[in-house]
Design a protein around this ligand. Sequence first.
Ligand code: NDP
Ligand code: X2W
Length: 345
Amino acid sequence: MVKVAVAGASGYTGVELLRLLVGHPQVEICAVTSRQHEGVQVNKVFPSLNGFCDLVCEPLDVAAIAKKADLVFTALPHQSAMAVVPGFLAAGCRVVDLSADYRLNDQAVYEHWYQPHTSPELFSEAIYGLPERYRESIKTARLVANPGCYPTSVILALAPLLEQQLVDARSLIIDSKSGASGAGRGLKEGSLFCEVNDGFKAYGVGNHRHTPEIEQELSQVAGFEVCINFTPHLLPVNRGILSTCYATLLKGQSAAELLAFYQQRYADEPFVRVLPEGELPNIAYVRGTNFCDIGLVVDARTGRVIVVSVIDNLVKGAAGQALHNMNLMYGFNETHGLGIVPTFP
Ligand SMILES: NC(=O)C1=CN([C@@H]2O[C@H](COP(=O)(O)OP(=O)(O)OC[C@H]3O[C@@H](n4cnc5c(N)ncnc54)[C@H](OP(=O)(O)O)[C@@H]3O)[C@@H](O)[C@H]2O)C=CC1
Ligand SMILES: CC(=O)N[C@@H](CCC(=O)OP(=O)(O)O)C(=O)O
């Protein structure tokens, strides 16, 4: 049994972690934290957990939590995560950090897109927690930087094309749409019902902070620096991300040929489902699960391939991927705690 703590249990990714962890046969949840709900049982904060988890929320006291936990999931906002992650590591815990604080490997790039960093010395140690690319390094990592939700959907969609050098890496245009839970549970005007429901908008155009994360990882795949256009949109749904990725083909492959590459690339991946020719994914068919569904079309008129991927932002985009990483770190079956069929309708 591995003893795990969830720091930030009163947030959306925190409650999603608890939902998945309570069904994991090799995990004991030993602590949950929240400042606003200190002293309150977490199932009072989220009645969905009634009968599954009744731990009392405690303050984020690094020493006290490190005494109980082998692994800590830090489901905290960026900047708050870096305030505690070094302490957990120093106390002997392993950490899966769901924030953006350790995803970028260049301090200057991080500080350009975020704010000053207080533990950049950990950048070289942190492993980017995308199992489909870094499975072996994750197994022995002390610190896993769980990928961002948009980057997860985009990297999985485009990596096979770049790995095989099938597209012009300067031609990448990415349009992503996210449900409102991507913005977290904190109170903000932009997350109010009337601001999100019945509307649809682009935001962060040309300057969203996931741009350097996507570029870093696609550059790793391509072997040279990749520069993208990335436009996120806010969808009036609770969960789900759909990314539409456009790239110019170099050798005019057909959709069938490209899909064969994707099938081969992801053949052994338990959570990537490549759809047959003629089918495109829908966020409704991955809801609540760790799946990433991918489909594609070739537009012969423009010579471009259009790849569409979907994930649940709270699962493959956050808590599910974090749990997958934990399974790798402890040598557990990769699908334990994640063998869920999507809820539809
Ligand atoms: N939502 C999503 O789809 C995704 C989110 N992420 C990332 O995961 C992290 C968590 O996101 P999410 O769950 O959505 O966020 P929420 O805002 O829903 O939750 C944040 C949690 O952190 C706690 N918290 C906030 N500030 C502090 C602080 N200074 N010190 C200690 N605890 C704090 C909050 O509880 P309290 O205020 O009670 O202490 C709450 O439990 C973020 O970094 C986010 O960007 C990553 C991928 C997807
Ligand atoms: C809809 C929405 O607001 N989404 C968030 C991104 C989600 C997220 O949590 O990003 P990190 O994992 O990098 O923290 C945003 O655009 O900032």
